[in-house]
Design a protein around this ligand. Structure first.
Ligand SMILES: *Cc1c(COP(=O)(O)O)cnc(C)c1O
Length: 378
């Protein structure tokens, strides 16, 4: 695994080649190229993934007979150094199944208030599992204060739900792609272990954290009981998430997956893309981090935009738009082929990924700078 600095091992030409090799094929030469910074979920499968999908050996995975799914799950268990792994259609289902497999009805889990599980998964854990949630302040970097954590754990008293799980997120999307280190997680695990509480890690972008820290993912997850990661974000597979944990937990997760309708038959067709994703798309995440850093530094020099590049260590950033509405500025740049996500009246979200190369960053900065310059002139 490379760290952000050694990513200069990739020459610019190589990064462009990696990207253009799997750009969508255009119908017409003069169609405007769309540079889509809204999310790394917009990434497209590479040609190598499509080839692997076309020739994948498949079987009925609900019966455990899809060799490609079994290979992918085995690979994930090995890389994460957990006993077992389970392929799921989405990250949301992976997190849900992880919670349902480790909490009983009436139990409670603790989670950061700026976590995807708390904010953006429709509270499936309470709707479907009768599991309560206790959010704690995520500050900063998506970390949770270990003293606050200890205070939040309920004593065994019939007034309270039983605290059984802590859910962490690495990298943390709403905090700006921020990273928890091995030491951060260990500090929290020391508290949870002493109370017999498990940890689930929403590691949708765990490989971004590992690449940025230049550590192995297995080191980053050694203090957690379960971890879920996405094949469909920076790793650019068309879909799929994988939950890793002990045999016993994954056995329960398999039952919940079936109950939720997530048991899939010839899933090897997309698992094949997942294998290619894990083999070819991890190290190049460093390029996304370099491009994000370049974008953030560029934006910070534009009067009218407020961003501290140091706050965004991976591929996600939240620039503040001063002096005009974030929506109207986004509409203006969309006319030039650049898409960003407007998250509030004065804020954008920008995400770099395998569909974006260094020249796209230069172009986007030019477009944004020109709009602000024109505004000053007029
Ligand atoms: C995307 C994401 C999820 C959910 O994954 P889906 O595949 O979109 O359901 C969960 N957690 C985080 C941090 C994410 O970014």
């Amino acid at each position: 695994m490379r760290n952000a600095n050694s990513a200069t091992d990739f020459t610019y030409a190589q990064s462009v080649t990696i990207i253009y090799n799997h750009m969508p094929k255009r119908n017409s030469l003069n169609q405007m190229r769309i540079i889509d910074f809204r999310s790394d979920t917009v990434t497209l499968p590479t040609d190598q993934m499509r080839d692997a999908m076309a020739s994948a050996e498949v079987g009925d995975d609900v019966m455990g007979e899809d060799p490609t799914v079994n290979q992918l799950e085995g690979m994930a268990a090995e890389i994460f150094n957990k006993e077992s792994a389970l392929l799921l259609p989405s990250g949301t289902m992976g997190n849900l199944v992880a919670i349902l497999s480790q909490c009983q009805r009436g139990d409670e889990f603790i989670v950061g208030n700026w976590s995807h599980i708390f904010r953006a998964e429709a509270a499936g854990f309470s709707v479907l599992g009768g599991v309560a949630v206790q959010p704690l302040l995520n500050a900063p970097r998506g970390m949770i204060n270990s003293h606050q954590l200890e205070q939040a754990i309920h004593p065994n008293d019939p007034h309270y739900p039983i605290t059984t799980l802590l859910a962490l997120e690495n990298t943390n999307v709403y905090c700006g792609g921020t990273i928890l280190t091995c030491e951060d997680i260990k500090a929290l695990a020391e508290v949870t272990k002493s109370y017999g509480i498990r940890i689930h890690l929403d590691g949708s972008r765990i490989f971004n954290a590992a690449v940025a820290l230049d550590v192995k993912v297995s080191d980053l997850v050694k203090d957690v009981d379960t971890v879920n990661f996405c094949l469909s974000k920076g790793l650019s597979a068309p879909l799929g998430s994988i939950l890793c944990g002990t045999h016993e937990t994954i056995q329960r997760a398999r039952r919940w997956r079936k109950m939720l309708g997530g048991g899939m038959r010839q899933a090897g067709v997309f698992a094949a893309a997942g294998i290619v994703a894990m083999e070819t798309m991890v190290d190049r995440l460093a390029i996304d981090h370099i491009n994000a850093r370049k974008f953030a530094i560029g934006l910070s020099t534009i009067p009218g935009i407020d961003i501290d590049p140091g706050k965004f260590p991976t591929n996600i950033m939240f620039p503040k738009i001063l002096s005009r509405s974030a929506k109207s500025l986004a509409d203006s740049i969309e006319l030039k082929g650049i898409k960003v996500r407007v998250v509030s009246d004065n804020m954008w979200r920008i995400v770099t990924h395998s569909g974006i190369c260094e020249t796209d960053i230069d172009y986007a900065l030019d477009v944004i700078r020109t709009i602000f310059d024109d505004q000053v002139d007029s």
